[in-house]
Design a protein around this ligand. Structure first.
Ligand code: ZN
Length: 332
């Protein structure tokens, strides 16, 4: 196959996202300005039953902090952030609770934001990733579910158990640890991995050292992502990565012609969910050197510039459609 789809957008080697559980208004104090400075978008996980209210949940370390309201969340969306459902109640979700925690919560959040909510994020611990919960996630139309397992995500893996890297000051006993701004980065580079960091609300000191980092530690993490990642890391909200992942996995390439003068392909988008609203792919074609002097591809009869990434390799990043035709060739 001379035309291939890159594992990640722009043919980046690895991917970085970060999530903030509970969507607290105090993110405005440090985290959001640091994001603005670095140009990395973030993602907040909302306890829908307490939207805009002071947190009051059992003995939560975050009680007394205020959850963002709908207008504040919309403002984050406008900055390029994403919003997920962190359940209605933040309790252990029993089988008879899935309608409220996953169905009603999703509807209410989408109505408040006037925007789709495609991600579920397990509250508490992985008990909220049980089979009845994940089954309900699929039923209610989510595209993915985020866990509390500290591991990478890979281009070949399904999306209903996304792993997250705990960006915490230190870990629970007996596994005491030191804050590591390099955590999982080398691993991600070697494995074409996707890191999703997870913390709550970085302030001067971590609100809870096993659940959070400080704002200086957060800044150090971003600096490390940038210096270690350079132009090889794709920083994006989880939804954008999921859209890419699903579009790639549901696209089939048909070769219509492969001659000395032309390579002609048609794309088929098979059973791709309507909820995938951004269908961008990065495609790479192997072509003769003679076609690389003015790198170009004809997409549905319109010329588009292509990128010469290495000898005989042309690359394009394009919004794809079902039946789209691409032609590379000498005469073009
Ligand atoms: Zn939580």
């Amino acid at each position: 196959m001379a035309l291939t789809i890159c594992p990640w957008k722009y043919d980046k080697t690895w991917v970085y996202s970060i999530t903030y559980d509970e969507a607290l208004a105090d993110l405005h104090r440090f985290a959001i300005p640091i994001h603005e400075e670095c140009g990395i978008p973030g993602h907040v996980e909302v306890v829908v039953g307490q939207l805009g209210e002071m947190r009051d949940l059992g003995n939560s370390s975050y009680n007394g902090y205020r959850h963002m309201n709908a207008d504040e969340l919309k403002a984050l969306l406008a900055r390029g952030w994403g919003v997920g459902n962190h359940s209605w109640s933040h309790e252990l979700i029993q089988p008879d609770m899935v309608h409220r925690e996953l169905g009603i919560a999703k509807d209410a959040l989408e109505a408040a934001l006037d925007a789709p909510v495609d991600l579920y994020c397990a509250p508490g611990n992985n008990a909220n990733m049980s089979s009845h919960v994940l089954e309900a996630c699929r039923k209610y139309g989510y595209l993915g579910a985020m866990s509390l397992t500290d591991a990478l995500n890979r281009p070949s893996e399904p999306l209903f158990w996304l792993n997250r890297t705990a960006l915490h000051d230190h870990y629970y006993a007996p596994f005491f640890s030191e804050y590591d701004p390099f955590r999982n980065i080398r691993h991600a580079r070697a494995e074409q991995g996707w890191i999703i960091d997870y913390c709550h609300c970085p302030l001067e000191t971590p609100i809870h050292p096993n659940k959070d980092c400080s704002h200086l530690q957060l800044r150090k993490r971003f600096e490390t992502i940038r210096t270690e990642g350079g132009d090889k890391v794709w920083c994006a909200v989880p939804e954008e990565v999921i859209f890419y992942h699903l579009t790639r996995r549901h696209t089939q390439i048909e070769t219509l012609a492969d001659s000395e003068t032309q390579k002609h392909y048609r794309l088929h988008l098979n059973d791709l969910s309507d909820r995938v609203t951004c269908r961008t792919l990065t495609l790479q074609a192997d072509v003769p050197a003679a076609w690389c002097r003015t790198p170009k591809v004809w997409i549905d009869d319109h010329p588009h510039p292509a990128l010469l990434t290495e000898p005989r390799k042309l690359q394009i990043t394009v919004e794809v459609t079902h039946g789209m035709e691409l032609i590379f060739g000498q005469s073009y």
